[in-house]
Ligand binder design. Structure first.
Ligand code: UDP
Length: 327
């Protein structure tokens, strides 16, 4: 299949491009390289440099490449930032998605995969969280993804566009020592902890230890980027059988303290941790029930142990202590 991957030079997008190519698909990446990295681009993927807010650029890539499917990763993705700058998310994320979808509908694209998020479940009373849990976005970021999920419903209804909404829990790890996580600024727990181990930071701050969890720190479901990428390839192959929505996590929760402790073991570094206040928008526990995708597509996460996740991330951080080095 000829597929268009927006954000294909980003963290999860670039990992997915590798598996799409391995599965025999042809890939064109659409990326403005603001958060993505040229060095993360697969040499066999074509690059169309452009911005999704530029509708003419989106139309050009559709006309030039005539994709049969679209994987839409490009997005602002930070919960905390979205609480500070809600319109960046409610406007840009939604408008970028609408530009892409309208152009896709006009060009007859009938397959679409959306990167969605566990932040849809900002308020929940059942753990693990399956697809029937009520959607109450925890932030403008989650809301922007919720709106796009709703719009996809109408794309299917009006144009027969089959979609998959994949709600990632905490993406983590690296697919190889040369393809990993590099955000600026970095806000995610695992890369921050590993930057302490590299001597780039003095300590990691724990955002609150008075949550209703076993050790008081937040519990998250850390799902490896390899496993996320695999889910995209499986979902793409299944789309012709109908639209679908999946929660994607490894089904196990790890607390902030457990992540730090595992990182001490993997790196051999003491990784000092200091206690700070809670971060707005953080629910106490987010753990996925991924039975639906396991049952329907045979998806099975390969990385379920925190140690294995951290080892893969640590290999990337050691090989690339300054990330892709393009900032
Ligand atoms: N966290 C933390 N200190 C940090 C960064 C994150 O304690 O410097 C916590 C955060 O409150 C959350 C968990 O680690 O409970 C994972 O946060 P991250 O930003 O990696 O992902 P998110 O859950 O926001 O998608």
């Amino acid at each position: 299949m000829k597929v268009l991957v927006t954000g294909g030079a980003g963290y999860i997008g670039s990992a997915t491009v590798v598996q799409l190519l391995e599965a025999g698909h042809r890939v064109v990446v659409f990326d403005n390289l603001c958060q993505g990295h040229r060095a993360a681009l697969h040499p066999e993927a074509a690059l169309f440099e452009g911005d999704l807010l530029d509708r003419a650029a989106v139309d050009r890539v559709m006309a030039e490449y005539a994709p049969e499917g679209i994987l839409h990763f490009a997005s602002h993705t930070l919960v905390g930032e979205s609480m500070e700058r809600p319109f960046l998310y409610l406007d840009d994320n939604v408008r970028a998605g609408l530009n892409l979808l309208e152009s896709a509908a006009e060009h007859g694209v009938r397959r679409f995969i959306l990167s969605s998020t566990a932040n849809l479940f900002g308020l929940h009373d059942r753990i693990p969280i399956d697809e029937s849990a009520p959607v109450v976005p925890g932030s403008p970021y989650g809301e922007s993804k919720h709106l796009l999920e709703r719009i996809l419903h109408w794309m299917d209804d009006r144009f027969g566009m089959r979609y998959a909404a994949l709600r990632y829990f905490n993406a983590c790890g690296a697919v190889s020592p040369d393809l990993g996580e590099d955000h600026d600024p970095e806000t995610h727990l695992i890369p921050l902890v590993l930057q302490v181990a590299l001597g780039q930071r003095e300590h990691v701050t724990i955002f609150g230890d008075d949550y209703d969890t076993p050790d008081g720190t937040c519990v998250r479901d850390y799902v490896h980027v390899y496993d996320l990428a695999r889910a995209h390839v499986l979902a793409l192959q299944a789309l012709d059988r109908g639209s679908r929505t999946y929660n994607l996590g490894n089904g196990r929760g790890f607390s902030v303290r457990e992540v730090i402790e595992a990182a001490r073991e993997v790196t051999g570094h003491p990784i000092p941790a200091v206690l700070g206040p809670r971060r707005p928008g953080d629910p106490a526990v987010l753990v996925a029930a991924s039975d639906r995708i396991r049952g329907e597509l045979g998806w099975e996460p390969r990385y379920t142990e925190m140690r294995d996740i951290l080892e893969s991330a640590w290999r990337w951080h050691q090989a690339h202590p300054r990330g892709y080095g393009d900032r």
